[in-house]
Design a protein around this ligand. Sequence first.
Ligand SMILES: *Cc1c(COP(=O)(O)O)cnc(C)c1O
Length: 411
Amino acid sequence: MIPEFVLELDKYDVLAHKRDEFNLPDGVIYLDGNSLGPLSKHTQQHLQQVVQSQWGTDLIKSWNTHQWIDLPSKVGEKIAPLIGAAPGQVICCDSISVNLFKLLSGALKINSERRVILSLKDNFPTDLYIAQGLSQLLGTDRCELKQVELPDLLDQLDDSVSVLLLTQVNFRTGDLLDIQAITQYAHEHGILVVWDLAHSAGALPLELDKHQVDFAVGCGYKYFNGGPGAPAFVYVNQRIQERIRQPLTGWMGHRAPFQFDNEYQPSKGVSHFLSGTPNILSLAGLDAAMDAFSGVDMGDIRNKSIALSELFLRLVSEAESLTNLECISPLDAQQRGSQLSFAHPQAHAICQALIAQDVVADFRAPNIVRFGFTPLYQRFADIWQAVKILNQVVSSERYLKAEFQQRQKVT
Ligand SMILES: *Cc1c(COP(=O)(O)O)cnc(C)c1O
């Protein structure tokens, strides 16, 4: 059945022991951890405990006795080493969308003699929508979103640009941008840069401090497995913390929330990016989920991710029935994140037919089927099995069945 060389890859996998920390449903091959990470055993236990003994028993005392009040920064500090950030620069709160609003507003204010937010046309829509909303709020004389194509990016980084807003890994194609080179080039032109790390954090080694990144946001529920709607994180580089002010000046970002002053005074450092009361249950899920990364080298994660995706590509290229799947991700593994995307006119139906066979991938409009690689719990044998089933689904044209043609709200 499974070829010997695939079993060997699993045998010598330095992350193989990690899989047992997750509660994966039997028989399911999960290639969608880049959209919603799975539940770890520790997260499940911890959430039960937080609900029963903290909320259920200790009630409001828990803000102090279980340090609920410190959770946004505690979880931020767990994330920090995984993104190359020294302490005091990362906090967990809200969603990426809301945090982008805060960062873009604050960054525009610092660079207020310029008004352009520059981004890419194929950036993740919420990033563009937030910039559009901000432009509507401030007026185009103070904020205008300009969207360009990737090949034109560097040419467009001129003195009119206030803030550059980029996502490191393209959610459709998996194209990977060079944070160091782009940040440096932008800085040479007096531009502040906001990096969206939704498909990077937990998937790739990152060196935000070393690369002099100004600001970043990332996702708690994708590669960090924090659970549906887990809070996002915000990174604000130390050297710029005193200069940025964010506009959602809620009480949790106040210097002393329980003095109930009438005047807002931001707390020091990144913690003034908090606005309202933290979502303790979601944060507790993310807190526990982060423990799966303790002692894990992000270099090992990256190496295994590349090995998994290279195996997937090789098996797809060997299958005659799969020649109609057009790989739209970079074929050079160094140029892509932790996913492979394929275009096909029936991508949606293929994805549905795969899910019906317990191979969970996702569909991205208009014609992309996307496979995410998550080294903490995937085995090389899973990849082999997934491509085998993909091959069966496509060669049998089973995906043409009516049941696979229905679109649901969430793809
Ligand atoms: C998933 C994702 C988001 C999610 O934003 P939320 O506001 O947290 O829902 C944002 N940006 C990118 C690039 C993403 O992939």
